[in-house]
Design a protein around this ligand. Structure first.
Ligand SMILES: [Zn+2]
Length: 161
């Protein structure tokens, strides 16, 4: 899933445990894998590779790498901002942010694995690859379904709070 979707789901879950940051972070992190298992769409990256067999050890800071980093950065910032806007109160803002960031974290850890393939990243990468849906949706359906999914999760979190 795109990082914004992960952040919204992580923020929504964290908002259910506003006084328990450890649980919020752990649940956010776990939610990443749970929703990656749903068939989805991911935007293509031009030069950075993640996933099975990815090796970024020779990556240089070129124009296409910069474009990838900007896309990823915008995606992550938009996700964090949306999570705070949708779920945070002044008192819970930091726990909601923590949940959102923890929910996005497995993807930067995939990158870290691609430049530093050591344990525990190797096992985490194996698990991430195993649980990640092998079915790729076309982008139209993929974008629409992630928006619908984020809205549904937001509504469910609102109902539970
Ligand atoms: Zn992932």
């Amino acid at each position: 899933m795109v990082l914004s979707t992960h952040a919204i789901v992580g923020g929504a879950i964290a908002s259910l445990f506003p006084s328990d940051p450890i649980l919020a972070a752990a649940a956010g992190f776990a939610s990443h894998f749970a929703i990656d298992a749903i068939p989805h769409w991911d935007y293509p990256l031009r030069s950075i590779s993640v996933g099975k067999g990815a090796d970024n050890r020779r990556l240089k800071l070129t124009r296409t790498v910069m474009i990838d980093l900007i896309c990823i950065g915008l995606d992550a910032c938009a996700g964090l901002a949306l999570a705070i806007w949708l779920f945070a109160t002044p008192a819970s803002a930091w726990v909601v942010s923590l949940g959102a960031i923890a929910a996005m974290l497995p993807d930067p850890l995939q990158f870290l694995h691609s430049v530093h393939p050591r344990e525990p990243l190797v096992s985490l990468q194996r698990f991430h690859g195993w649980i990640h849906s092998k079915r790729k949706l076309a982008w139209r359906l993929g974008v629409g379904s992630q928006i619908a999914f984020a809205v549904a999760v937001s509504a469910a979190a609102g109902a539970f709070r």
